[in-house]
Design a protein around this ligand. Sequence first.
Ligand SMILES: [Zn+2]
Length: 154
Amino acid sequence: MRTQRQIVDYSLQKRAVLRDVRNGRVGTLEVCDASPYLKNAARFHGEPTDERCPICRRDNLTLVHYIYGDELKQSAGQARKLAELTVLAMTLREFQVFVVEVCPSCAWNHLTEQYLLGRDALTTDELIRDEAMASSSSGRHRETGSSQRWEGRR
Ligand SMILES: [Zn+2]
């Protein structure tokens, strides 16, 4: 996505968890603990992938995108489809996206990535073009690093 920035990749952490599972240091029950809420989010808002579940290998992983930020108001903390994120990214100045992978079969879940989206990343030229169409917004109040976080395992 065009305004994607401050990307944090959690693949190292994921590899460490999977290594612990293979070593028997961590039980599969501990990592296959997707809540009913997360499983529902995966079913209704998830993006299917071609990647097999690293734990059960029965199903492909689904990616769920959670959004956070003050501008989202009551939508903060909700799951959204990728297409909806694209629209929000052109409307809002800044919001945080947490991407969680979920296996529909065994309930494996892990935070894979987080990043920021929103118009604040656009160049001045792009903003002038956009602002000509958009209604006026008061002041450039800017707040990074919302205190809210994805409430998953660690
Ligand atoms: Zn699985």
